[in-house]
Design a protein around this ligand. Structure first.
Ligand code: PMP
Length: 405
């Protein structure tokens, strides 16, 4: 029988064609044995504390079968919500468990925000270029986008946020650009959120991965300071975290921190999504926090990734400089390289790169209109320094071919 499919239906067609095909290309092509995959955003599996997690998981089932094996409350295990509230409270910010929803990692937080905050066809203000997973999470709501760029000199936070249903930012090492939003712009965004009444989403999967300098304050913390005495916090910032980069993405544990009313609405939406996050991995997360496991493995993660960032940047400077400019990121997982020639097409570069045995992510997939074809995102956390060097060399061969065509 022919494959049963309905590509002409708009809801179906939204997921195939255009930049989605480019996405499929790098997702499926990047995994051959001789392929150097610098496209994804994956941790190095060597950082996972396997023995300790195995012991914690065993104990979770054996000693806490009610938490681990039952449905848990939709909002998450109360003790885990308390642990998150305590972790992000500070002298200016009082969080309680009513501020916290446990999610099936960060991506579910984005999905639930789309369900609860986007009226069909509504306007989202988005830090541009924008994380591909967020674009996918909100696609079915048919949003309109207003891009903003907090790194530009002309950035006006009130103009960026006004009238939008929410504003989406990744202040620490944005995916894809790896850049930081500086302190002055963070304050401007938070003040604009308070002034305009627009929700300000702070997506922070990379906040622990600073390789140089001290971490900048979270938007959530800056917002708390603007509402002294607010208990529990009920301001406009919606903070999203995940264990994916600090511990292990397979646990699929994340959290949303927001005003209690918004948490209540998101909880209803989560009920219709997956009922609850895995009790087993919630219990593992709780016990891992109690054992300070993320804090204990962090120095090793930072050492490894910093060395790899430096190796990739040195290799790019050596091999790719004729065609691309880039900045060394202060943290995170990615280098963003922009072609010197504005007409250079990085969708074409992806095809040439795959033929050379290297995979990177072209900028078109991070542009809601698929128009930016001038840049690439290069991951440095998954491969050894040696393979990153070889990847940069292969990328240069591909760039030379595209430039000559
Ligand atoms: N937001 C951003 C900006 C990301 O880069 C990622 C992971 N690549 C996520 C959210 C979600 O990751 P997870 O679902 O694994 O927590």
């Amino acid at each position: 029988m022919d494959q049963f499919t309905q590509p002409e239906r708009p809801a179906f067609a939204r997921w195939l064609g255009g930049t989605n095909d480019v996405t499929h290309m790098f997702l499926s092509a990047g995994n051959g044995p001789d392929m150097i995959n610098m496209a994804g955003g994956l941790p190095d599996p060597s950082v996972y504390p396997v023995a300790e997690l195995a012991a914690i998981a065993r104990d979770a089932v054996a000693k806490n079968p009610r938490d681990a094996l039952n449905y848990s409350p939709i909002e998450g295990l109360p003790a885990l919500r308390d642990a998150i509230a305590a972790r992000f409270s500070d002298e200016n910010l009082t969080l309680t468990r009513d501020n916290v929803l446990i999610t099936t990692a960060g991506l579910q937080g984005l999905d639930l925000l789309g369900k609860v905050l986007i009226d069909e066809g509504g306007l989202i203000a988005a830090h541009s270029p924008t994380y591909l997973g967020a674009i996918d999470a909100w696609r079915a709501r048919l949003p309109a986008y207003r891009p903003f760029n907090p790194e530009s000199n002309a950035f006006d936070a009130v103009a960026a946020l006004k009238g939008a249903q929410f504003a989406y930012t990744v202040p620490n090492f944005s995916n894809p650009t790896g850049r930081l939003i500086d302190l002055e712009r963070r304050k401007a965004l938070v003040e604009a959120a308070h002034e305009t009444g627009t929700w300000l989403v702070e997506d922070d999967p990379y906040g622990a991965l600073y390789y140089d300098g001290d971490p900048l304050p979270r938007l959530l913390s800056l917002s708390g300071a603007m509402r002294p005495g607010d208990t529990p916090y009920s301001g406009p910032v919606v903070y999203m975290g995940t264990l994916s980069k600090e511990l292990a993405p397979g646990l699929r544990i994340g959290w949303l921190v927001a005003a209690p009313d918004l948490i209540a609405a998101l909880t209803m939406a989560k009920q219709g999504s997956d009922m609850c996050s895995s009790g087993l991995t919630q219990r593992v997360a709780l016990d891992a926090f109690a054992a300070r496991l993320p804090e204990r493995i962090l120095p090793n993660i930072l050492d490894l990734y910093k060395t790899r960032r430096d190796a990739l940047c040195a290799a790019l400077a050596e091999h790719l400089a004729p065609w691309f400019d880039f900045e060394k990121p202060v943290g995170g997982m990615f280098v963003w390289a922009v072609a010197r020639d504005p007409s250079f097409d990085t969708d074409k570069l992806l095809k040439a790169a795959l033929a050379e045995g290297v995979c990177v992510t072209p900028s078109s997939v991070f542009d809601v209109e698929g128009r930016n074809r001038r840049a690439i995102r290069i991951n440095f956390t998954l491969n050894s320094a040696e393979r990153l060097g070889e990847g940069a060399r292969r990328l240069a061969l591909a760039a030379a071919r595209v430039a000559a065509a």
